[in-house]
Design a protein around this ligand. Structure first.
Ligand SMILES: Nc1nc2c(c(=O)[nH]1)N[C@H]1C(S)=C(S)[C@@H](COP(=O)(O)O)O[C@H]1N2
Ligand SMILES: [Mo]
Length: 496
């Protein structure tokens, strides 16, 4: 009889044991506060060079993060298979060193994911190390090595036992899941009145004046959005200040200076005409009220915002003078949804979205300039949104054709930052004046439309360009998103 397991059996043992570990880590994630595999994936994102993470987000968009998690799972399974094949075999049972390595790695990951030791993390550790240990014992028990059929039956046994206990434990552990997230998206107690926009601009194909929060794009570095318990959350305002203090969630929501404001967000990685743009009706407290209460020190220059996912951004302290820079806690008629930064996020109208730190935990007044997350990855630090205009819709009523879209100006000050749009329906040969919707808020986009007569079944190349308040025409120079945000005129061929 053959005395050593075959390579196939060793590899299969490694894969099944590792899969048990992954499954157990998933099952205990409510106790730990997150899935350990996601922690690994996030560490990869945060540590990867800028060109990689930004181009992955640019190219794969939302798929980048699930793809990365799948990659981590595959890497763990492959590493386990290889480790089983190469590890010393006599005696053919788990070597203590191997078990200890798994236990140490698990403890380290769970502590990192959970943010410290707790009873939940300890229970989770026992389950996540115990389950693969039992699986390994079962697969390698005497008679060892088993014949092929018996071995496959053992694998089947591990899978069946694993599935049943996973389902039961998952149901049990979900009861311990942080309840905090439940308040994300809850109706705000104050009455909110989002503007509805001018119905003349609501024709087929046009975006709503205010994007419903569920349709608003989201971009973040984390795979799994932070799930923050508002009871234990606080916003610290400290650094180079005379009077550092902390503000709780209820204090923020109940703040006397709360205002409502309709503002457009656009990601700096949005290509010309792209969809990473949205307009929301936000409720929040002017940053100036919050920061002035802490009395910033003389030589302070920057204001650094820190977030629960390890993100940070800096804005010059002068910006705090602007009344439209907010710490927002409401979006539409609701508390911020988790994906948009619950419990609170920064809003800096007119800058690209990267400046608008979600899941904010700390505002640090700094005496030196801070190098922020995206800046380290070569994106423009000021991130002032370029003046842009997009074609979104073309519709017909009889002989009348109406084309429309949105325009958004990135000038730093003033509300009327876009003075007009010019629209061409012949690919840029001739230009016509478009009509703009009234501005809904500081740095909210303006919807535009242009109507003309044309026979049914015509094809047009629609081009649009915005005109800034001082008469400057939006540049037609085509620039990539990195490092300063895309520029160029948007053109779209339409058939109506
Ligand atoms: N904490 C944190 N804040 C963040 C990010 C992030 O990854 N983490 N992404 C930024 C980027 S790049 C953009 S474009 C906006 C997007 O905001 P939204 O998801 O609410 O649309 O959030 C910004 N704030
Ligand atoms: Mo972004």
């Amino acid at each position: 009889m053959n005395t050593a397991s075959t390579r196939f059996e060793r590899a299969a043992t490694g894969i099944v044991v590792a899969a048990t570990w992954i499954a157990a880590s998933f099952v205990v994630s409510p106790l730990v506060g997150g899935f350990a595999v996601v922690t690994v994936a996030e560490a990869v994102i945060v540590r990867s060079p800028g060109w990689l993470s930004s181009s992955a987000i640019g190219l794969l968009g939302f798929a980048a993060q699930p793809a990365l998690v799948a990659g981590v799972v595959a890497a763990v399974l492959a590493a386990a298979a290889i480790a089983e094949i190469v590890r010393p075999r006599a005696p053919d049972v788990l070597t203590p060193a191997y078990a200890v390595a798994v236990a140490v790695a698990t403890a380290w990951l769970f502590l990192a994911t959970g943010g410290g030791l707790s009873i939940g993390v300890a229970v989770a550790f026992v389950v996540a190390v115990g389950a693969p240990y039992l699986a390994a014992q079962y697969l390698t028990r005497p008679p060892a090595p088993p014949n092929r059929r018996r071995f496959l039956r053992r694998i089947g046994g591990v899978v069946a036992a694993g599935a049943v206990s996973a389902a039961g434990l998952r149901a049990l552990f979900s009861r311990f899941e942080s309840e905090g997230g439940d308040r994300a998206g809850e109706p705000l107690s104050r009455s909110i009145s989002p503007p509805s926009g001018d119905p003349a601009f609501d024709f087929e194909g046009m975006p709503a004046a205010v994007t419903p929060p569920r349709n608003h794009y989201t971009i973040d570095i984390s795979v799994d959005d932070p799930d923050i318990d508002p009871e234990s959350w606080s916003l610290g305002i400290d650094g180079a200040v005379e009077e550092p203090y902390e503000l709780g969630y209820e204090e923020l929501r109940g703040h006397d200076d709360s205002v409502e404001q309709t503002t457009t967000l656009i990601c700096i990685s949005n290509p010309v005409g792209g969809d990473l743009i949205g307009t929301a009706h936000w409720t929040g407290v002017p940053l100036s009220s919050l920061v002035k209460a802490a009395e910033p020190a003389e030589g302070a220059v920057d204001l650094v915002t820190h977030a629960a996912d390890g993100y940070s951004e800096a804005i010059p302290l002068e910006l705090v003078e602007r009344e439209d820079v907010l710490i927002a806690y409401g979006m539409g008629e609701q508390a911020l949804p988790r994906s948009h930064g619950f419990p609170a996020r920064l809003l800096v109208p007119g800058r690209y979205g990267m400046k608008m730190t979600k899941w904010i935990t700390r505002i640090e007044v700094a005496e030196a300039e801070h190098e922020a997350y995206w800046e380290q990855r070569d994106w423009n630090e000021r991130a002032i949104a370029n003046t842009m205009s997009y074609v979104r819709a073309a519709t017909r009523e009889g002989d009348r054709v109406t084309v429309g879209g949105v325009a958004f100006g990135g000038l730093e000050t003033g509300v009327e930052e876009i003075a007009g749009v010019e629209v061409s329906v012949d690919g840029g040969e001739t230009w016509n004046e478009g009509e703009l919707e009234a501005q809904l808020g500081p740095h909210a986009w303006r919807r535009w439309r242009y109507a003309f007569d044309a026979p049914e079944g015509s094809e047009f190349e629609v081009v649009v360009r915005a005109i800034e308040a001082d008469g400057t025409v939006q540049t037609d120079e085509e620039a990539d998103t990195l490092p300063d945000g895309a520029t160029g005129w948007h053109r779209e061929t339409v058939q109506v």
